[in-house]
Design a protein around this ligand. Structure first.
Ligand SMILES: [Zn+2]
Length: 204
């Protein structure tokens, strides 16, 4: 019998003379598919397969870390798609209040109302300090909050204000809870106007 260098019959013997000895799926005629439907060059060359062929990289999830973005409040990594920061629990969705007079940029999440006024123990100290020079802004002027359902609400302090509170130019009655939307302008008194922006998630 003809044998190869290792003393075995050549591969064609597998197929036609000794099918009961050799596993049939180790042999393929050139160009013929495996049983699993994949054409394999090793089969054509007639070599033994000690190990399965290496698998190609299977998609981006094995080589790219899950996408995260920094928390707007504490800068911790927040996985994309989550609604709250795992570190500080602040909602990913948050408000930005931007004013050019005074030049103020406030950020606020869903943890209670944001008080706007000049009183340093009613409003947050940084807010009170920023509004301190604004004579048209009362010490306790108005609050804005993002409800758990995502709705935005503005309330002028129930005691009222000297110069009023306005949403897109329309005066808000003291103590009334009025809806606010992304892009609205909230004005405290005559000059101090904030643009309200809702930020869903930083872009990638
Ligand atoms: Zn955070």
């Amino acid at each position: 019998m003809v044998t190869d260098e290792e003393g075995r019959p050549p591969r064609y013997v597998d197929k036609f003379l000794a099918e009961d000895v050799f596993l049939d799926d180790e042999y393929d005629e050139a160009g013929e598919d495996d049983e699993d439907g994949e054409y394999d060059e090793d089969d054509e060359a007639g070599e033994e397969r000690d190990e399965p062929p290496p698998r190609p990289p299977s998609g981006p999830q094995t080589s790219v870390a899950p996408r995260t973005h920094p928390c707007w409040s504490c800068a911790a990594d927040v996985p994309s798609g989550t609604s709250a920061c795992p570190e500080c629990q602040e909602s990913v969705r948050h408000l930005r209040l931007i004013s050019t007079r005074p030049p103020v940029h406030l950020r606020h999440g869903s943890c209670g109302p944001l008080n706007l006024g000049r009183h340093p123990s009613w409003a947050a100290p940084a807010v009170a300090a920023a509004l301190d020079g604004e004579r048209g802004v009362s010490r306790r002027h108005a609050s804005i909050e993002m409800a758990p359902d995502g709705g935005l609400w503005l309330t002028e302090h129930p005691a009222g204000t000297m110069n009023g509170t306005f949403v897109n130019g329309e005066r808000v009655p003291p103590g009334d809870r009025v809806p606010v939307a992304d892009g609205d302008t909230v004005r405290l008194g005559t000059y101090c106007a904030f643009t309200v922006l809702v930020v869903e998630e930083p872009p990638a």
